[in-house]
Design a protein around this ligand. Structure first.
Ligand code: ADP
Ligand code: ADP
Length: 228
């Protein structure tokens, strides 16, 4: 499903963020990406949704080498990979419904189909009653659930979450994990970069640890393995 073969990434300022990574994730897996700040986690994730291109190596999502695809094909890749961030990144001037529908409007989906798909994902994140609310009227946890709904509305094979609980209090973080677990059980592969030790050590999943741009640990039901 996702595979990296000898992937390297140096930024234009010569910072070597990823230094020879090989790994493979199967369909339906849930993987935590852990490691100290500056280890290369965000870069690793950005390479998978083609926010960054590798300096060297191959990255496969399904059978597409995404390091090779042309710029104009990137939007098609983004439909197969949903992304959520620590800071939600909702469009403030649009309500919940519109934030989610936007991803479908750009691909010119039919009105009825849009409505059904948006209501379906709002049901999954349990926010049907907030469809008309604006982001500023929602709690952090609710905003993250909207961001997750937006990320999965195109039914991507992969959901990537970069510190999705980083801005949330512990209780709300657990609620977000319930939502991600539900999405994973429906068949979506999930990669989640996190600093949340309690979550990683409690909801046991595969753990990949990155340090200095290298994979230093890859365990089936791993621990967080750092003090904080
Ligand atoms: P993490 O997510 O684990 O904190 P990052 O992938 O953000 O790590 O960063 C890895 C290294 O690459 C760090 O040294 C960071 O300063 C550097 N870096 C990240 N993004 C850029 C960029 N756009 N330009 C230059 N250096 C960067
Ligand atoms: P930008 O170029 O500023 O990142 P985009 O036009 O790519 O903006 O995306 C618009 C909004 O949709 C942004 O808030 C972004 O975070 C979000 N977004 C982009 N791609 C995805 C994706 N694959 N899954 C979920 N949200 C996405």
């Amino acid at each position: 499903m996702i595979e990296m073969k000898d992937v390297w990434k140096a930024y234009p300022n010569n910072v070597k963020a990823i230094n020879g990574i090989n790994f493979q994730v199967d369909k339906g897996e849930f993987v935590y990406i852990v490691g100290p700040s500056g280890a290369g986690k965000s870069t690793f994730i950005k390479l998978i949704y083609r926010e960054e291109k590798p300096s060297k190596g191959e990255i496969f999502v399904d059978n597409t080498n995404i390091a090779k695809i042309k710029e104009r094909h990137v939007p098609f890749l983004r439909r197969r990979i949903g992304v959520v961030f620590q800071d939600f990144r909702l469009l403030q001037q649009l309500n919940v419904y519109e934030n989610i529908a936007y991803a479908l409007e750009v691909i010119e989906e039919e009105r009825d189909v849009i409505k059904r798909k948006v209501m379906d994902v709002l049901d999954i994140v349990q926010l049907k009653n907030k469809a008309r609310a604006f982001p500023s009227e929602l709690s952090g946890g609710e905003q993250q659930r909207v961001a997750i709904a937006r990320a999965i509305v195109n039914q991507p094979e992969v959901l990537i979450a970069d510190e999705p609980t980083g801005n949330l209090d512990p209780e709300t973080a657990w609620e977000i994990m319930d939502v991600l677990d539900e999405i994973n059980h429906r068949g979506t592969t999930i990669l989640m970069a996190t600093h949340n030790k309690d979550i990683v050590n409690t909801i046991k999943k595969r753990v990949i640890a990155i340090e200095s741009g290298r994979i230093v640990r890859d365990e089936v039901r791993g621990n967080y393995g750092y003090e904080t």
